[in-house]
Design a protein around this ligand. Structure first.
Ligand SMILES: *Cc1c(COP(=O)(O)O)cnc(C)c1O
Length: 230
């Protein structure tokens, strides 16, 4: 078995165990394999081991890998910061965008999503840790942004996403995940009861995220190894 196949199996087992511990159905948590910085060959190995859903952060890099993998039935999620000048490529190539943090970006995605494609699945990214440098809308702006996005054509708002600050202890990992989970409940209570997605949990904190209700975990390092940005 390749390293990637073995790592995938271990990650699936971590998710299953975390779900069982939380009294949740293991099938209620989707694994998004985050393949940023890794070549198409690594994605192909993961696909051979049964993984079909991949997350990418950089538009150009993602498009070139998609081009090399058109023979595989993969689903692509955009999870990186999204600038206005990149929205068209994202709208034309991805199934999901997790990182919508302002209405202007959502409006452009709605305008640019081809009518021939299914609606673009969208999460609103929230800055739950309150760090100035992190992207994501402020928690207090989330309800209004969700209603703005939900009203746009060609997009289907699915829920919320966060990248909590790295934390060492389980309580410190769980607190921001719980904030996102409660925020989704409060958004759902404002007439958006169809929202069903909490995108949170990475390699180091997936157990905490699943305990707090994550429905998509975004895992890179634990599947592909440590990234080299040099
Ligand atoms: C890189 C990245 C991940 C994966 O993080 P790992 O710690 O490698 O699992 C998840 N979400 C986002 C938004 C990322 O940029």
């Amino acid at each position: 078995m390749s390293d990637i196949a073995a790592n995938l199996q271990a990650v699936r087992e971590r998710i299953r165990q975390a779900a069982v511990t939380a009294g949740r159905a293991p099938g209620s948590v989707m694994l998004l394999a985050v393949s940023k910085t890794w070549p198409a060959a690594s994605i192909r190995q993961a696909a051979m081991a049964g993984q079909q859903t991949f997350g990418e952060n950089y538009v150009q890099e993602a498009l070139s890998k998609m081009g090399a993998l058109t023979d595989l039935p993969l689903e692509w999620h955009f999870i990186g910061p999204l600038q206005s000048n990149k929205t068209r490529q994202v709208a034309e190539s991805f199934a999901w965008v997790h990182s919508v943090d302002r209405l202007r970006i959502a409006e452009r995605l709605a305008d640019q999503r081809p009518a021939s494609m299914p609606p673009l699945q969208v999460c609103v990214q929230v800055n739950v840790s309150g760090e100035v440098s992190k992207s994501g809308c402020a928690p207090e702006d989330t309800v209004a942004l969700c209603h703005g996005v939900a009203a746009l054509p060609r997009l289907r708002l699915r829920g919320l996403m966060a990248i909590p600050a790295a934390a060492e202890t389980v309580p410190d990992q769980r607190a921001p995940c719980r904030r996102l989970s409660r925020l989704l409940e409060s958004v759902r209570a404002t007439g958006l009861s169809h929202l069903d997605t909490l995108s949170m949990g990475m390699s180091h904190d997936l157990e905490s995220a699943v305990a707090e209700g994550a429905t998509i975990v975004r895992i890179g390092t634990a599947i592909f190894g440590k990234r080299d940005y040099s």
